[in-house]
Write a protein that binds this ligand. Structure first.
Ligand code: BDR
Ligand code: CA
Length: 330
């Protein structure tokens, strides 16, 4: 592996969103990850708010040099829905009382074009970590059909195989929000890892961890994250008694980065991965788990790697260790 390749150069495709913010800060704090761009999508908030939040989170963390683009505003193949303000806050960051002024602006390119430009500039070096609906990657494929060969890897937070869904009995929110885009991405031939509810529902992060991080860093970035996580944890604690016990939340998006850098903490399966795009099962991710030749077609797509089990305690420890590092300089 070349020196360049021993680090992960990541485009972070996101809809911030509280766990998205947590994941962004994890990536910025991680010694082996270079965030080379942040692309945004609708999802937890409108895409305009997502881009604003990405700029704000970078600005207060002293990382204003990282480009941010505004991406898709709606699903490719169905009407959009109202963002879940009760989970992430109307502003996506737990309804912040105020925001510090900053001068950052979005890069004028679309998120899809940015992904393509970066992939063409550095073939097989860039990893896309995508933690929202997958419209930006689907559009990038339209611009550049060779994208699967031009990217090093794609890691997504989304979907579920055995664990029940979180927006329907079978659908996870990111895939539900744009099932057509997700199916295109899964069929495209990327070296793709799916980090879904099968593992993210095993890793519960207590609000006290973020309180400790805020006390440790004494910085607006970790104060903001603590505020946002406190709001987000109320939603999860109201819904799940075992989460309420520790007043915590699921880390969802941060697990995509942990799976990238510490894959040994996960048990995976490989197989063709598809999405139900219509009907009652809309948004369901379906993994072909057996290598038998089924009589029904549609499963001839390249295999994805799907995280099925996780060492939850080790993940929590890793998240704490990385976010405690001395990564905030301003
Ligand atoms: C996913 O949906 C969003 O609410 C979270 O940010 C995460 O990406 C979890 O289902
Ligand atoms: Ca997200």
């Amino acid at each position: 592996m070349s020196k360049l390749n021993s680090r992960y150069q990541v485009i972070y495709d996101t809809d911030p969103g509280v766990d998205d913010a947590m994941a962004l800060y994890y990536a910025l704090a991680h010694p082996d990850i270079d965030v080379v761009g942040v692309t945004t999508t609708f999802g937890n908030v409108s895409v305009k708010q997502a881009a604003e939040n990405a700029l704000y989170l970078l600005a207060i963390a002293g990382r204003g040099h990282i480009p941010v683009t505004q991406g898709v505003a709606a699903p490719l193949g169905k009407p959009g829905e109202n963002p879940p303000a009760h989970i992430h806050g109307a502003d996506g960051l737990g309804n912040l009382a105020q925001r510090q002024a900053h001068a950052l602006r979005v890069d004028p390119r679309s998120s899809a074009q940015f992904i393509v430009d970066m992939a063409r500039q550095q073939p097989a070096e860039i990893t896309v970590v995508a933690v929202g609906p997958l419209g930006n990657l689907a559009l990038a494929l339209e611009i550049e059909p060779q994208l699967p060969q031009l990217l090093r890897a794609v890691v997504i937070m989304g979907g579920t195989v055995l664990e029940p869904g979180n927006v329907s009995p079978v659908a996870e929110a990111n895939i539900w929000n744009d099932p057509h885009a997700a199916d295109r991405v899964f069929c495209a031939g990327f070296a793709l890892t799916m980090v879904g509810l099968d593992v993210t529902h095993q890793v519960i992060l207590p609000v006290t961890l973020f309180k400790q991080l805020a006390a440790h860093h004494r910085h607006i970035a970790t104060d903001t994250l603590h505020h946002a996580v406190s709001f987000y944890a109320n939603f999860y604690s109201d819904l799940y008694p075992h989460v309420a016990v520790i007043h915590g939340c699921f880390g969802h998006d941060v697990l995509a980065f942990v799976a990238l850098t510490d894959p040994q903490l996960f048990v995976t399966e490989t197989g063709a991965l598809r999405v139900a795009t219509d009907g009652l099962a809309q948004g369901q991710t379906m993994l072909k788990r057996k290598s038998i030749p089924y009589p029904q077609g549609g499963w001839e797509v390249g295999p994805a790697t799907v995280c099925m089990q996780v060492q939850a305690a080790a993940c929590r420890q890793k998240i704490e260790e990385v976010l405690t590092r001395d990564w905030l300089t301003t």
